[in-house]
Ligand binder design. Structure first.
Ligand SMILES: Cc1cc2nc3c(=O)[nH]c(=O)nc-3n(C[C@H](O)[C@H](O)[C@H](O)COP(=O)(O)OP(=O)(O)OC[C@H]3O[C@@H](n4cnc5c(N)ncnc54)[C@H](O)[C@@H]3O)c2cc1C
Length: 827
């Protein structure tokens, strides 16, 4: 009997695990019934009744028309009743973009071989030359303190340089005079710039993200493209894009700004046009823009365009010189000094041809924006966050080696080491995610869910990194001035958190909310069948998706259980992956099955109400996100040639992500609103208890070691950043002080021993070294090395102080002198 029960359970698990078709389940069920009947010794009549019952059920499940009639159509009717109505804007947001690796993670069975077979994204020689040439050059030309404190703007020569060299037209194809760069190159440029100056990075980032150029490329008329793209490429036009208004921030689709189609006079002729009224704020590059991309709701009460009254959100390009356009005032976003401000207009008349794409695209603005969002969101903020993390990893590691307390470099004190190791590992994971995501965009994807994951998690991890870096720098990070290379990064973090979808909203509403519909193999099909199809077509489509969905949920529940029970030993891992990473792939596969099961159970239990259960949605989104970050990290390790020195970074990152995913799952079922399901979920997902543990201290120690030592691992981790070389500037001095400190460690040891043995009397700094030279303890050369190190060290630990008026008078005089000189030169 025990053997029979075990065999039956094993057969059930196997059929569910491999998602066997209904027919195979039916045959298995028939065999089981026949065996039970034989063992029980039923009489002929009972057997006949049971046989008829079995045939009826088998027919119901296997004959599609019958199944539809009795089961699926009834479920479809209920589904239609409970499925919340979707507004057009919601629908357009959901439909936008593409799904990629996120769909694999949602399937419960990611195809790791396919991921690893994706070619490693690489820069072309031309792109690399740009990153090494003009990009390095503009970094050297930019002094962030001058930008953020003195000018509140980039210097004129930097503006000129970025326009001339095409920085503002990286995404514009060469045939329009742009650089025609790949997403990876675009990302490499933004990353490097952000390691030097945030204002510089944002100024370059915005024209290459969602805005006039991107919209024109996808939807512009030939005339619009031919006119504007070459001008944008060469910086003859400075673009901005204005969507946000005081009343509509996150809920951007509800903008109150409006236009009315009408006839009016334009350049002496009567033309069809629109009178547009808007009040926008927070518009990056707005104060200096010459071309305003404007989103507003367009109405056509006189039906001049031949359609309906409320046409919907519309995007137009408005030269800022147009009479009635108000522009030029500035906000001050956390001292970052990139140009940002409001714009307004009241009943401004503009020709209908100013709609991007022409009159055919009136009312299609939201769809256009949603479709173009993913590319820029995959690059801009994730990339600038990685730039920040790289700079923090390199500079904080160096500082923690140069700065000593308790006669020990602070980086070697365990408490500091913990924070430093986190920065290094986060930096590795973030760079891996940046590259994989840019690679997806270059492969033609517009990854809407992945771009939300990358935006949210890269900005949040940058926030973690800068918090750690600030703690490690102590007062040095707090007192602002030219000698502080951390404080501005700390200030700017909330900007990235807020823009392009504020983070709380992105986590609570977008990642899982959009993922559940777009990445799930069956949900979108079910929804379409319910809302868009009718009659037999709807019935057929729903039946197919719904029955597959049940098999999918069952399969993932069983897979999660089996992997939980077996320590994921049976879970798939790619054949060609590094053996030392095999267990991580298996654990990520386990996570994927558990996530897919939880996602289905949440949708089943909460239906449309899940949209409002933001805490559950956010946690499920966290699990999906962690799997994406793990995938990127493992792929990066392979793509970089399995660098053994980087192993601690991989171990820490993957273990941390698994641990975080586990906590999110834990919080999901602990708070699951349908109480009877809580125990079941916990039992299915973790039958033997929670399997993941936090990252190990020894990995953290080695991660910190990577940024405390010069070498290939440190250079690889921070590759692509601008490294200061000028010792008169603090970052250049820091890099030099770091090397000099290490070169002087033997000298320090000699001095310490001489003092300890009483040969030298302890006096401060330079005197001890000079006395050591006099006593023959140090050579002339050693003394010189030591003196140089001390000069650099003092430069590094120095903080700035200012006159009582913070030198404003001096600064104003200097700026006035420069302006006068510029005016003379122009004359
Ligand atoms: C420096 C800067 C530059 C910008 N540049 C531009 C630009 O160039 N062009 C442009 O059009 N806009 C721009 N913006 C606007 C930016 O996109 C908005 O600030 C952003 O969309 C958030 O809107 P809000 O600030 O009004 O916050 P609100 O919408 O008021 O949100 C406040 C908080 O509520 C949360 N929240 C809102 N709804 C939900 C929800 N349903 N569930 C959970 N949480 C929610 C948000 O996450 C946020 O934490 C910029 C903003 C800044 C600060």
């Amino acid at each position: 009997m025990i053997g029979f029960i075990l065999a039956t359970v094993a057969a059930f698990l196997a059929l569910a695990y491999f998602q066997a078709p209904v027919l195979v389940w039916t045959v298995a069920g028939g065999l089981l019934a026949a065996y039970l009947s034989a063992v029980a010794g039923f009489g002929a009549t009972t057997n006949i009744v049971l046989g008829i019952l079995f045939i009826a059920v088998a027919a119901l499940l296997n004959l599609r028309p019958l199944r539809r009639l009795v089961i699926s159509d009834a479920v479809l009717a209920i589904y239609r009743r409970i499925l919340p109505d979707m507004s057009q804007t919601e629908k357009e947001a959901i439909d936008a973009g593409t799904v990629w690796w996120d769909a694999d993670l949602f399937s419960g069975r990611p195809d790791w071989d396919r991921l690893l077979a994706t070619p490693e994204p690489r820069l072309t020689p031309e792109e690399q030359a740009f990153v090494d040439g003009p990009c390095e050059q503009v970094c050297s030309m930019t002094d962030d303190w001058e930008v953020t404190h003195e000018r509140y703007d980039l210097p004129p020569q930097v503006w000129q340089y970025i326009k001339e060299k095409g920085f503002l037209g990286m995404i514009i194809p060469k045939n329009y005079g742009g650089l025609g760069f790949s997403a990876l190159a675009h990302s490499a440029v933004v990353m490097k710039l952000s390691t030097r100056s945030n204002a510089l990075a944002v100024t370059v980032m915005v024209p290459n993200s969602l805005g006039p150029a991107e919209l024109l490329l996808h939807y512009g008329t030939e005339e619009q493209k031919n006119h504007y793209l070459p001008r944008l490429a060469k910086g003859l036009e400075i673009p901005c894009f204005a969507l946000t208004s005081p009343e509509a921030g996150s809920d951007a689709a509800s903008i109150p700004d409006y236009g009315v189609v009408c006839r009016g006079r334009w350049q002496g002729k009567e033309v069809l046009g629109m009178r547009v009224t808007w009040d926008k704020r927070y518009i990056t590059l707005g104060p200096v823009a010459s071309l305003l991309g404007l989103a507003f709701r367009l109405y056509d009460p006189e039906r001049l365009l031949g359609g309906k009254d409320d046409l919907g959100i519309t995007c137009a390009l408005v030269p800022t010189g147009t009479p009635g356009v108000e522009i030029g005032r500035r906000h001050l976003p956390l001292n970052m000094a990139f140009q940002n401000g409001p714009t307004r207009g009241k009943d401004v008349f503009m020709p209908i041809d100013w709609i991007i794409g022409g009159r055919d695209y009136a009312g299609k603005g939201w769809m256009m924006l949603m479709n173009c969002l993913a590319a820029g969101r995959s690059i801009s903020l994730p990339t600038s966050s990685v730039g920040g993390a790289k700079a923090l990893a390199r500079y904080t590691g160096a500082y923690a080696r140069v700065r000593s307390q308790f006669k020990t470099p602070i980086g070697k004190l365990e408490g500091v080491e913990e924070a430093l190791g986190r920065i290094a590992a986060n930096c590795y994971l973030m760079d891996a995610t940046r590259i994989m995501t840019a690679g997806a965009v270059d492969a033609g994807e517009k990854p809407s869910v992945i771009s939300a994951i990358a935006k949210y998690h890269m900005t949040e991890r940058a926030r973690d990194c800068v918090n750690d870096a600030m703690d490690i720098h102590g007062g040095k990070g707090i007192c602002l001035g030219p000698n502080n290379y951390v404080g501005r990064g700390y200030q700017v973090i909330p900007v990235g958190i807020t823009v392009e979808g504020a983070n709380i909203l992105t986590r609570s509403l977008i990642i899982f909310g959009q993922g559940a519909i777009r990445c799930h193999p069956y949900v979108l099909r079910e929804m379409r069948a319910a809302k868009e199809l009718q009659g037999v077509e709807a019935s057929r489509e729903f039946d197919d998706a719904f029955t597959s969905h049940i098999g999918h949920t069952l399969a993932n529940g069983v897979r999660a259980f089996v992997h939980g029970f077996s320590g994921a030993l049976l879970a798939p891992a790619p054949a060609g992956a590094a053996p030392e990473m095999k267990r991580y792939y298996q654990r990520a596969s386990q996570l994927s099955a558990a996530f897919a099961f939880l996602a289905d159970m949440s949708m089943l239990a909460m239906g449309g109400a899940l949209k409002k259960k933001e805490k559950i949605s956010a946690r499920l989104g966290d699990v999906l996100s962690m799997m994406y970050l793990i995938s990127a990290t493992l792929k990066h390790y392979e793509d970089q040639g399995r660098q053994r020195e980087d192993l601690p970074l991989v171990h820490w990152s993957v273990r941390d992500a698994l641990w975080q995913a586990q906590q999110a799952i834990d919080a999901t079922y602990t708070n699951f609103p349908v109480q009877p399901l809580r125990g079941l979920l916990r039992w299915v997902v973790y039958p033997l208890g929670t399997p993941f543990r936090p990252p190990k201290d020894r990995h953290n120690h080695r991660c910190a070691g990577i940024v405390l030592e010069p070498g290939a691992a440190r250079d690889r981790l921070t590759a692509g950043m601008h490294v200061g070389r000028d010792e008169n500037e603090v970052t250049g001095a820091l890099e030099a002080a770091f090397l000099a400190t290490i070169a002087c460690e033997a000298i320090e040891k000699k001095l310490r021993e001489a003092v300890k043995s009483g040969v030298l009397v302890t006096r401060s700094g330079i005197e001890v070294a000079t006395a050591a030279k006099e006593k023959g303890i140090l050579s002339e050369e050693e003394l010189a090395l030591w003196r140089r190190k001390e000069v650099l060290r003092k430069h590094v630990i120095k903080v700035d102080d200012f006159p009582q008026d913070f030198a404003r008078a001096e600064i104003m005089q200097k700026l006035e002198r420069e302006s006068a000189a510029a005016a003379r030169a122009a004359a």
